[in-house]
Design a protein around this ligand. Structure first.
Ligand SMILES: [Zn+2]
Length: 485
């Protein structure tokens, strides 16, 4: 494999994995198709129109177009100039997501959407008429197996189904107020800055760095950052909404407007786990503070320093892959709660569902009906029959509030109306929260009652546990105080 091919797979695979979390189309299939159709990104369409797939710009397309004039010889004597118009894009990422939209819009590709077996998916897209080459299925499968493209399915699958998500054990060990490296200015939280610690010593994990950053030498420099992540745990040293000294840009936006994450690289740690955990934390912070993924940057962005030095050299994977993982984690709804407005602006849900509450991870019965591309889409992408599904995301108050993925062969993968979802086995009987509850999506009142009932412990331990589970501990405490009045 050449370096260019390696780069192509890393870039396209990461985008395809992120897309998979939304579209249900296997990242391996999409990456293999992109390789075949664009000649590893070298085709004129790919280089001049950012189009990895040759999708014709017909009446359904209102975006930019790319015209290819090709000379074709049909009779062995005369050359004819043929004009063809193709969809053109701003980026490969855009091309990849539009390819999904194209497949989802075409009813004949329904068997591809949500298919989790790459061999079946390759055969299904071929059978649906995507390509006429009789060897198309085999070519795709060969590419997937030769370059292990199925690994990208695992990245997305695992984050999608919560298996990859590690327990975000965030230990708050905040630098005391008044120390020189805790300046305490308001941080508007517009960026996330990624670092590697640069410390390969044995034992140089999150806890060691927490001790260091509280010590005199860090205070005197001054140096500080918000979180240190190793393969097991996360230490927080500075509150998100305060500034720190990590970006090397003085009073610039790196220090003043970003949240700094240090990924450990101690030789006795698991770098892959630590980096994955950092991607998960980054996704959680982006969601919590509405930080766009474009504003997740390297330390290098601010000061030119070669940091994060390991990611920049492809260890355990490169920057595009890191961002792809952040996207995949953001696409899951189980990372951290999105702040929900106090009063829903949408009309209330159908009565059958209003008495039924589900949470991410629940296994439910989809009773059949439309499956939508988004929680707000007006028209369904396809119609699916009865299927046993897992709830993978929730968008409260939306037209289609539940994102479901089939656990059986029903191929549901998308957003559905509340009226089409019931508890397994019992129609509209409310689901009683399992014990212990999945805390990420519980309403404030429920969590406050749990606190009152002692389920979350006391004092700093309670604050830590609530924070680790993604709650605003202060807001919970305020509600507890109200309820106890
Ligand atoms: Zn750095």
């Amino acid at each position: 494999m050449t370096q260019a091919q390696k780069d192509f797979i890393a870039k396209v695979g990461a985008f395809a994995a992120a897309d998979m979390a939304k579209s249900g189309i296997l990242a391996s299939l999409k990456t293999a198709q992109a390789i075949l159709e664009s000649g590893w990104g070298t085709s004129a369409l790919a280089t001049q129109a950012n189009a990895l797939f040759g999708i014709k710009a017909d009446s359904r397309w209102s975006g930019r177009v790319y015209s290819t004039k090709t000379k074709e010889c049909y009779n062995g004597v005369n050359f004819t100039t043929v004009d063809a118009l193709f969809r053109a894009y701003d980026s490969w990422e855009h091309s990849l997501s539009n390819h999904s939209a194209f497949l989802i819009a075409g009813a004949r590709y329904a068997a591809v959407i949500g298919e989790r077996d790459y061999k079946k998916a390759c055969a299904a897209i071929h059978k649906a008429g995507y390509a006429t080459d009789p060897g198309y299925t085999d070519k795709l499968i060969k590419l997937i197996e030769q370059y292990r493209l199925m690994d990208f399915d695992t990245v997305s699958e695992q984050s999608l189904f919560g298996r990859k998500e590690q327990n975000m054990n965030i230990i708050q060990d905040i630098i005391p107020k008044g120390r020189r490296n805790r300046p305490g200015r308001a941080n508007p939280m517009k960026f996330v800055t990624i670092h590697n610690t640069g410390n390969t010593s044995k034992g140089a994990g999150a806890r060691n760095h927490a001790n260091y950053v509280k010590g005199d030498s860090a205070a005197n420099l001054p140096v500080s950052w918000h979180y240190t992540i190793d393969d097991k745990e996360i230490y927080q040293h500075i509150p998100d909404n305060e500034d720190a000294f990590h970006a090397g840009d003085g009073g610039g936006n790196g220090n003043r407007q970003s949240i700094g994450l240090e990924i450990c690289m101690n030789s006795d740690g698991d770098l892959l786990k630590a980096t994955d955990l950092a991607a998960q934390l980054t996704a959680s912070l982006c969601r919590k503070h509405n930080i766009p993924i474009e504003n997740v940057v390297q330390h290098q962005h601010w000061s030119g320093k070669n940091c994060p030095q390991l990611i920049r050299s492809g260890r355990p994977y490169d920057w595009n892959t890191f961002i792809g993982k952040v996207r995949a984690f953001m696409g899951t709804g189980t990372v951290a709660p999105v702040p929900t407005p106090a009063t829903p602006t949408m009309p209330s849900m159908p009565t059958a569902a209003s008495s039924t509450s589900f949470k991410v991870g629940d296994i439910v019965q989809f009773t059949g009906g439309g499956v939508y591309f988004s929680s707000t889409a007006a028209t369904p992408a396809h119609s699916r029959g009865r299927s046993r599904c897992k709830v993978t995301q929730i968008a409260s108050g939306r037209k289609q509030p539940f994102h479901l993925v089939s656990e059986d062969s029903g191929r549901v993968h998308g957003w559905v109306a509340a009226g089409d979802v019931t508890a397994i086995g019992s129609g509209s009987t409310p689901v009683t929260p399992a014990t212990p509850p999945k805390p990420a999506l519980l309403p404030l009142d429920v969590i406050a009652r749990e606190v009152i009932n002692g389920r979350w412990g006391n004092g700093q331990d309670r604050v830590n546990r609530l924070t680790a589970a993604g709650y605003d501990a202060k807001a919970v405490q305020a509600r507890v105080n109200q309820l106890l009045k």
